[in-house]
Design a protein. Sequence first.
Length: 519
Amino acid sequence: MTSANKSEKDRVIVFDTTLRDGEQCPGATMTFEEKLEIAEMLDDMGVDVIEAGFPITSEGDFQAVSEIARRSKNSVIAGLSRAHPKDIDRCAEAVKFARRGRVHTVIATSPLHMRVKLNMTPEQVMELSVANVTRARNQVDDVEWSAEDGTRSEMDFLCRIVEAVIKAGATTVNIPDTVGYTVPEEYTNFMRTLIERVPNSDKAIFSVHCHNDLGMAVANSLAGIAGGARQIECTVNGIGERAGNAALEEVVMAINVRNDVFPWWNKIDTTMLTRASKLVSAATSFPVQYNKAIVGRNAFAHESGIHQDGVLKDASTYEIMRPEMIGLKKSSLVLGKHSGRHAFVHKLEEMGYKLGANQLEDAFVRMKALADRKKDIYDEDIEALVDQEIAASHDRIKLVSLTVIAGTHGPQRATMKLDVEGQTRIEEAEGNGPVDAVFNCIKALVPHEAKLELYQVHAVTEGTDAQAEVSVRLAHEGRSMTSKGSDPDTLVASAKAYLGALNKIVMKHQRDMPAQAAS
Ligand SMILES: CC(=O)SCCNC(=O)CCNC(=O)[C@H](O)C(C)(C)COP(=O)(O)OP(=O)(O)OC[C@H]1O[C@@H](n2cnc3c(N)ncnc32)[C@H](O)[C@@H]1OP(=O)(O)O
Ligand SMILES: CC(C)C(=O)C(=O)O
């Protein structure tokens, strides 16, 4: 819906209950400071109503609701209360500090809850509701009344009690699907029938509050709006009692992305959704499911080659919304065993590599082999893979020959012949031991600043004729390059390992040159 044709009757009021229903689920308790931080973020995000807690629950909850109310900027601050005078008074006392405070009073209306839990007749529930809405209205202008277990309530009774609470001053009427029992079409009809049958329904906003026991909380919320409700109660990341509540980020994005079928609008700044999700996850210590819609870490990640190719050609092939819309910088192409060449080349280009066709094919085959063994392929894995590939075929510096004079009478002396980019160079150097003499020779032949960080010798086979394997790590300009060399002669293996690491540094330097020149 464009801003030109936005009308108030099509606006969906977003009521966030992360701090109340969200906190009710086992393990989600948040500290006072965490609640303040979340409330501030919700306020900045454009949430219309923040249900900050249930003040009668504890002194801590009362303090949190009061402080959130004091600090509120734009949002209405609501507190929950039972249909009980002491709950109502405590709640009104907490929310009165807000620019606009709301008392939200709830009582069950289903036959089961009234009989078993409340031990009350419908008439007693009606009386109590009217009395407590009146009591609340005497203290604040904004009063919400909720019919707990509304979707399992009898329509005739619901119509009568809703009419009565609106008369008593309720400004919002919420019909929760407390146990996540309804299904979309049923809920649309339920809300539509109720709104049509209650004679004074135009005097209040109708609200939906859906739980996810059958995984339909979001679908049901939208269906309730289709039936005439104009407030959705939801939580960040969908946290809440049992299987949770409708997820705020899902209802909001469903309305925004499918505005053709959900022709309503809301005031949420969706670019804050990712941040909100992370904040709530950190405060509750509830990890966000990887495949969670909108904010899961895989929601904008692609590993399959066919999808990656499509996304590279045009992201809308596999993405129905742009990642920036929810505050993500970009979607990610994750390399793995399902990836194809297009994504591999793209990744290499991002990392500054440009390979010839054969090198690319070899590196790709080795990436697949690695992915079969390893769950996550990181940039360093690709770097190691490709550097090895390039180094093998493109060594700028090659060892031609080496002679070392060692023994008890030092200094030890090495004579080395190298092929440096097609030119033969010969040099002699002394050292404090034969390895030092070999490395000094290399430094004389190819002057460089790299520092030796690691030198290790392993015997690969047994016996005095064992093949030696030497590892050398050189540090240069904040990066380390490691290489291995093997030979039956330890000194030759040492020279090969050193030259291998040096070749990588040279190659990296050449690769970075164009980027540095451009910047
Ligand atoms: C669907 C929802 O999410 S509703 C919100 C649920 N959230 C919570 O319960 C969290 C906060 N709750 C609490 O801290 C406590 O339950 C309190 C402070 C509200 C009440 O604690 P207690 O007085 O010890 O009562 P307890 O929780 O054991 O039992 C609930 C009592 O409230 C009554 N009750 C339940 N709902 C309502 C209601 N909407 N209006 C009036 N009374 C109610 C019950 O019938 C029961 O009454 P009884 O003691 O006469 O049998
Ligand atoms: C308090 C009400 C709205 C509730 O949380 C529910 O019915 O699930």
